[in-house]
Design a protein around this ligand. Structure first.
Ligand code: AMP
Length: 106
């Protein structure tokens, strides 16, 4: 699959990784908008947040994604941070593989 983030997961493209487990990967955004700008992604390819089913399995996967973002922020010792996601082209999404932006001053 040509998805950029899938290629990062497979190690075919370089990334500055900050966290990895069985299901998730986090790495520095290539064009940081704040001193800390991390992308947290599921290893499984899902294009849009809105593709997650509106049921317990979707709830589990979305919850686990945000829990992972919190875990990374905690491990980095961040006291305050922003978490956000773009959904769809009209929502400003450029890379069609689900990701949460984690941003902080330091
Ligand atoms: P979004 O608008 O939410 O789809 O944001 C996609 C983000 O991915 C942007 O902030 C890009 O700077 C970032 N990005 C794109 N390609 C890469 C890459 N190869 N490594 C790290 N970040 C990337």
């Amino acid at each position: 699959m040509q998805c950029v983030f899938c290629r990062i997961v497979r190690g075919e493209l370089p990334s500055k990784r900050v966290y990895e487990d069985e299901s998730f990967l986090a790495f520095h955004d290539i064009r940081p908008k704040m001193p800390v700008h991390i992308l947290v992604i599921p290893k499984e390819h899902v294009a849009l947040f809105s593709d997650y089913p509106d049921d317990e399995s979707g709830e589990r996967k979305l919850g686990a994604l945000y829990r992972t973002a919190n875990r990374i922020a905690r491990q980095m010792g961040l006291e305050g941070y922003r978490l956000y996601a773009h959904v769809g082209e009209k929502g400003g999404q450029e890379v069609f593989h689900v990701h949460v932006h984690l941003l902080a001053e330091s």
